[in-house]
Design a protein around this ligand. Sequence first.
Ligand code: NDP
Length: 447
Amino acid sequence: MSDYVDHVLEHVNQKNKEEPEFCQAVAEVLDSIRPLLKRNPVYEEKSILEHLVEPDRTIMFRVSWFDDKGVHRVNRGYRVQFNGAVGPYKGGLRFHPSVNLSIISFLGFEQVFKNALTGLPMGGGKGGSNFDPKDKSDNEIMRFCQSFMLELQKHVGPHMDVPAGDIGVGGREIGYLYGMYKRIKNEHVGVLTGKGWGWGGSLIRPEATGYGCVYFAEEMLAVRKRDFSGLTCTISGSGNVAQYCCEKLLEKGAKVVTMSDSGGTIYDPAGITTEKLAWLMELKNVKRKRISEYAKKFAGAEYREGKTPWNIPCDCAFPCATQNEICGADAETLVKNGCVLVSEGANMPTTPEGVNVFLKNKVMYGPGKAANAGGVACSGLEMSQNAQMMYWTREEVDRKLRDIMKSIHSACYETSKKFDCPENYVVGANIAGFQRVADAMIALGHI
Ligand code: NDP
């Protein structure tokens, strides 16, 4: 049976030579579902893996826009509708200069299993552009978003494909994208999630990925009869996911000592307090400035230019910035310094070498597709509210989010036990997610 996985992996690597991140994500999933394939030969008989590694469709398009100087600029837009077996395609849009087909395909592939784990009827997709929102004026962002939607609207719809935000796409961008969709279609429907409160958004959606990542970590700790009180945590990133991960950790009694951006890391040995976090959120979300300012503002904090947080001693680490930000050596350092838990807010932030180090050392390791599923789960709740023309209260959405994260943890944990590797959440998440999608594909004649 392992021959089947090896054969498909070889084919994927051959066919997608220019897409290393996509090949990495496929290898991670396929490798860990070997025990399931051995027990259930039907998946090989029906060639499910060959179907699963091929997106339903990939859309690439030109995005043409004017900058403030009147110069006509061009970027490339993407939407990969990866797998729609369990529901409409769902997954964020990323605006970042590093975006290419490999990045969007890996994110779309991961999204398929993540969405399945939530238990909600959502297929997987992802999109974005190599557009860099940094240093662009508000008007430039608006014109870019409008042009992006001019093409994207042909391929999305509330029952077809429902994008959301990701790196570089927050509430402001979703507003401009949705405004353009409404102008073209003349309808107010749930075609995007992450909308603002008051025009179709859900309470808790901005907080959901960060909160969910902490809820998942809390469940992992509970298995070992522990909680957050007194634990020291490091966080990477200082965007949407990192900010709300920090907020929830503080609420749970943990001490957070780092945050970062692509320029470097701030280390605050006294701990980031609620007041300091509020200041940081204003700095990042309103003033849109760099995290280095934090060290100038708060005595005792230092800025480590060009450095990541992973050599700072901690009990728990929360990578919330980007893919492949923890390599094998970083993972060794974390373990050596006493880190016992890693919960991934970002998508695929740990390299395969890093994952092996965590698993070998029995670190409680929550892979992104399980630990950061709170964001898309809450997007699913936003879709439900839109369909019902209803708004739920903050408490109601948070309770549902908490329950979904609990049930994702329990699905991963129980599956890991069933396949004789208790607390291996990589195996648990991949097998539980795969099974739901694969069974739906078979039921639908995997067209
Ligand atoms: P934001 O754009 O709000 O923040 C991204 C943060 O990561 C910024 O601090 C950014 O720094 C930093 N960052 C980005 N690229 C790099 C890099 N190459 N090296 C170091 N730091 C970097 O994005 P989000 O918080 O929304 O997303 C963060 C991660 O979480 C991504 O992996 C995303 O896919 C994942 N995720 C997000 C969800 C959501 O609901 N938003 C849902 C599930 C997963 P700088 O400002 O300098 O670029």
